[in-house]
Design a protein around this ligand. Structure first.
Ligand SMILES: NC(=O)C1=CN([C@@H]2O[C@H](COP(=O)(O)OP(=O)(O)OC[C@H]3O[C@@H](n4cnc5c(N)ncnc54)[C@H](OP(=O)(O)O)[C@@H]3O)[C@@H](O)[C@H]2O)C=CC1
Ligand SMILES: N[C@@H](CC=O)C(=O)O
Length: 436
């Protein structure tokens, strides 16, 4: 009988001191320098920092933590042609980062990155490149900032068969929705989130769900062993949520959170990122500020919850430095085969539908008729007092229906003359029934 030779991937042995280059000296990059300076880990030496307009960065407050020996540069070739062992990429985006990191990996440098877009879209081929060059590519900070959800899933849950992932994967959205819940207005809190360094360079990545979608794809690869095309995952913006939605959500014993969910259904994966009504009794409703939360439901181990700060320089720097320590100590992680999977945004769930109308007789029956036509049942109708008749916000909730069914009804309801703005449709999150 032919025996298969066991392949042992041995990562490149790094020297006694690991030389580190930082690409990007922004919120996370400067915090990494600070954490390294504060902890003085033996065997790790920050040798280079790359950023555009280096003079501006050298005079920023974060630069005070940088040792005088560090070479600051605006020329990426100073890093790629140097003897650094690990490149820590904290710039973000696909271009020009992808090309530079490919060169770094190909030349035998390990890479630590917090770049979720890069890992979601290009992870599969970058992992191959890293393996072919016997170097590490680690990305623990790419999902949930300072929460060790990636190493936790890779190491701690590799032995389970995950069926479902759900959670809050964007700190900026959680911060915004949490403050709106307390009465603040959207534009003000978004500006605060940007100022505090939580938001992406283009904050639409946060509020429109693209950041959380990339993170969901990364987690799906690890936990569901499914390679998803991020562009195929449905997203819904939080920017259409208004103060009135928190009032109605409260009436329904809920609040609103941006929720990311993915679950296995045969060979397909159902996945979406959207603001949803979350019961006040759910742990997701208790996440405040930039807190992220990931619930992994496993076949054997049941639910495991990861929670903590998902955005901000210091928490994220902890994840980056932890990855750096793992690379410096040549620790490899569990690797299981991953398959390409089709993705659909279809979920069976109750829905919250909010309308703003110029009130006149027959509106409720028109809405009920459109819902009945697609086979959706109304569960409740809510109307708080005190709103002007010519601009009346009210809510209909439905019994569980397919996302596409509700969307079909909403298309025809949106065309009614009385509608003053596009109706809002939010899924209502229902805790999984564990009794089956
Ligand atoms: N902030 C957070 O809470 C978290 C961020 N992340 C991820 O970490 C990475 C960094 O985020 P963050 O620190 O917030 O981002 P910042 O925008 O604060 O920092 C990025 C840095 O990279 C520099 N940079 C960007 N593009 C280039 C380029 N083409 N050439 C040279 N320098 C460049 C920027 O320079 P300049 O100042 O001139 O723009 C800036 O100094 C991103 O991938 C992000 O998604 C992950 C988890 C949490
Ligand atoms: N902008 C992101 C930062 C961390 O990934 C977020 O708000 O979660």
């Amino acid at each position: 009988m032919a025996t298969k030779k066991k392949q042992v991937v041995k990562k490149k042995q790094v020297g006694s001191t690991v030389k580190v280059a930082l690409l990007g000296f922004g919120t996370v990059g400067s915090s990494v320098a600070q954490v390294l300076a504060a902890s003085k880990f033996p065997g790790i030496e920050l040798t280079h920092i790359f950023n555009r307009d280096v003079q501006r960065k050298r005079s920023s407050p974060g630069a005070k933590a940088v040792p005088a020996s560090v070479v600051w540069t605006e020329d990426i070739n100073d890093i790629l042609n140097s003897k650094v062992d690990v490149v820590v990429e904290l710039m973000g985006g696909l271009n020009p980062v992808e090309g530079w990191l490919r060169k770094a990996l190909a030349s035998g440098k390990s890479v630590v990155t917090a770049n979720k877009q890069l890992i979601a879209y290009r992870g599969a081929s970058l992992f191959k490149l890293a393996a072919a060059n016997n170097v590490h590519l680690v990305y623990g900070a790419a999902v949930a900032g300072g929460v060790p959800v990636i190493p936790g899933m890779l190491q701690g849950l590799g032995g389970d068969q995950a069926r479902r992932l759900s959670g809050i994967l964007n700190g900026t959205c959680n911060y915004i929705l949490n403050r709106m819940e307390g009465g603040a207005d959207y534009a003000t809190v978004l500006a605060d989130a940007q100022q505090l360094g939580y938001a992406e360079a283009d904050p639409s990545a946060d509020v429109d769900g693209f950041d959380a979608r990339a993170k969901l794809c990364i987690l799906s690869r690890i936990a569901l062993h499914a390679e998803l095309n991020p562009d195929a995952v449905t997203t819904q913006t939080i920017s259409t949520i208004e103060a009135i939605d928190f009032t109605y959500a409260k009436e329904l014993n809920c609040t609103i959170r941006q929720v990311s969910q993915a679950e296995r259904n045969g060979k397909a994966i159902h996945a979406r990122v959207a603001p949803m009504l979350v019961p006040l009794s759910s742990p997701m409703a208790w996440s405040h500020g930039t807190q992220n939360m990931v619930v992994v439901s496993g076949r054997f181990g049941g639910d495991v919850v990861f929670s903590g700060h998902g955005a901000g320089g210091e928490p994220t720097a902890v994840a980056v430095v932890s990855d750096l320590l793992a690379v410096a100590q040549n620790c490899s992680s569990v690797q299981l085969p991953v398959r390409k999977r089709e993705v659909t945004g279809e979920f069976m769930a109750p829905h919250y539908l909010r309308f703003v109308v110029d009130d006149k007789p027959g509106i409720v029956s028109a809405i009920a008729g459109a819902l009945a036509k697609v086979g959706a049942n109304i569960d409740s109708l809510l109307q708080t007092p005190g709103h002007p008749k010519h601009r009346l916000p009210f809510v209909v909730t439905t019994e569980p229906s397919l996302t596409s069914t509700i969307e079909k009804a909403m298309k025809s309801i949106a065309k009614l003359d009385c509608m003053l703005e596009k109706p809002l449709c939010l899924q209502i999150l229902v805790p999984e029934d564990k009794s089956e």
